[in-house]
Design a protein around this ligand. Structure first.
Ligand SMILES: Cc1cn([C@H]2C[C@H](O)[C@@H](COP(=O)(O)OP(=O)(O)O[C@H]3O[C@@H](C)[C@H](O)[C@@H](O)[C@H]3O)O2)c(=O)[nH]c1=O
Length: 404
């Protein structure tokens, strides 16, 4: 029997999925789950409820969100405040996703036990949901062996470990179906970049200037790079939202970080720092598409910099015992697989030096890395096509659930 895509998505529209997200810090946990929720809803027509414990953080990347509402809808997704105890009842759906091993509320776990028992008593009752733990993205090879493994929980229900990743044996990477074509169209017309900068209140940027977006954690290497750009021949614009990157630049700023407001420009020699307003994720993607180089961090902006098809530095989220450097290395090996060795050395050197706060080395590698270098640019364009490995995370996830 053949089932058409339309039939499959209309079957999905009867499905209810819940995603629970606890914000550990910053915007990555909510950033990833929000992307996931939007794509499940828009492309798979699944009814998604996203439960979030910190709506104030969420509002930074979804400006229309009202942090005081216990429940609200945006982009077709129901967003519920996750408080303990829950103010809104959780009703068992078809799929339950806990993001990044967050501890589900006791009420939810109790509902799972009840659902399991009811199904055990009479298989005509609704099946308990497929329960998944969505893990962090890593390019390490062990991920392939752990993706999809079940673990029996006290409720008698299996919980599956769902690992995003770069190979076909992993859960894939979040990427909307039309993202690459949307980006290509955007990048074909330089007017888009100019219009975007204008809408963000960024002025004085000529077409020939180098534009770099900066969304990193604190790093003395960033200060060194800014000082390097300041003395450089090319005019450089660093677009930086209020946040952690600026903490490293306090010594060169004319006022305290609190006093900075979006749209402000601070000029030093050939560098202009622009204070960037934070936008929603769609706006942020377009910013990455429009810059010549992006400095990104965490998980979601890291992936979006890859989808932007531009060269980038990944400031990885620090972990205990420098474990993050192992993750960084695994990704760099993969990314540099087909790069000419000299270019690979400069790109890896730059990323490692930035992450290890080796200020002088960062500038040295920056100088070696010519942004106009054709192989570097071509690689940045080809990489998304190779990395997506035919199928994105949401498509793989829906199939995984069907097979579970
Ligand atoms: C600058 C900017 C970012 N964003 C979004 C893009 C991303 O979804 C989100 C930032 O998330 P990330 O890039 O993942 O970085 P991050 O550092 O914010 O998030 C994290 O990293 C994880 C690895 C950790 O585990 C998390 O606990 C968390 O710290 O903010 C906007 O929507 N608009 C903006 O203007």
């Amino acid at each position: 029997m053949t089932v058409s895509i339309e039939n499959m998505t209309s079957q999905n529209s009867e499905q209810n999925w819940d995603i629970f997200c606890a914000v550990v810090d910053n915007y990555g946990d909510i950033g990833v789950t929000w992307r996931l929720a939007k794509q499940l809803s828009a492309e798979q027509k699944i009814n998604v409820t996203l439960w979030v414990d910190d709506l104030n953080s969420f509002q930074h990347i979804l400006p229309h969100l009202d942090p005081n509402q216990v429940t609200q809808s945006h982009c077709g997704i129901k967003i519920n405040q996750w408080s303990e105890p829950l103010k809104i009842d959780y009703k068992v759906g078809d799929v339950l996703i806990e993001a990044f091993a967050c501890e589900l509320p006791a009420q939810v776990k109790q509902q799972l036990v009840t659902a399991k028992q009811a199904y055990f008593d009479n298989s005509k009752n609704k099946k308990p949901p497929v329960w998944l733990n969505l893990e962090y993205l890593s390019a390490e090879s062990w991920v392939e062996g752990c993706h999809g493994l079940p673990s029996m929980q006290a409720s008698g229900i299996k919980k599956y470990f769902y690992f995003p990743g770069f190979s076909d044996k992993t859960g894939g990477l979040i990427c909307e179906k039309t993202l690459f074509t949307d980006r290509e169209h955007w990048q074909l017309d330089t007017q888009n970049r100019q219009n975007l900068f204008k809408s963000l209140g960024l002025t004085g940027i000529d077409e020939t200037d180098t534009v770099i977006s900066v969304f990193s954690y604190e790093s003395s290497a960033l200060l060194a790079l800014c000082q390097h750009w300041q003395a450089n021949d090319t005019k450089t614009h660093a677009l930086i939202p209020k946040g952690r990157s600026l903490n490293s630049l306090q010594s060169i700023l004319p006022c305290s970080i609190d006093e900075l407001t979006p749209g402000m420009q601070i000029a030093f020699g050939n560098l202009v720092i622009h204070i960037l307003p934070m936008t929603d994720q769609e706006g942020y993607d377009k910013l990455l598409w429009s810059c010549d180089f992006n400095i990104v961090r965490g998980e979601d902006s890291f992936l979006r910099a890859q989808w932007a098809a531009k060269p980038f530095i990944w400031h990885i989220y620090e972990q205990e015992e420098d474990y993050h450097l192992i993750k960084l290395d695994a990704f760099m090996q993969l990314y540099c697989n087909n790069l000419p060795s000299e270019l690979a050395m400069s790109w890896k050197g730059l990323n490692l030096a930035f992450n290890q706060e080796q200020a002088a080395l960062t500038c040295e590698y920056w100088q070696q890395l010519n942004l106009a270098d054709l192989p570097l640019q071509q690689h940045a364009k080809q990489w998304p096509i190779d990395a997506i490995n035919d199928v994105d995370l949401v498509s793989r996830l829906v199939q995984f659930v069907k097979n579970s």
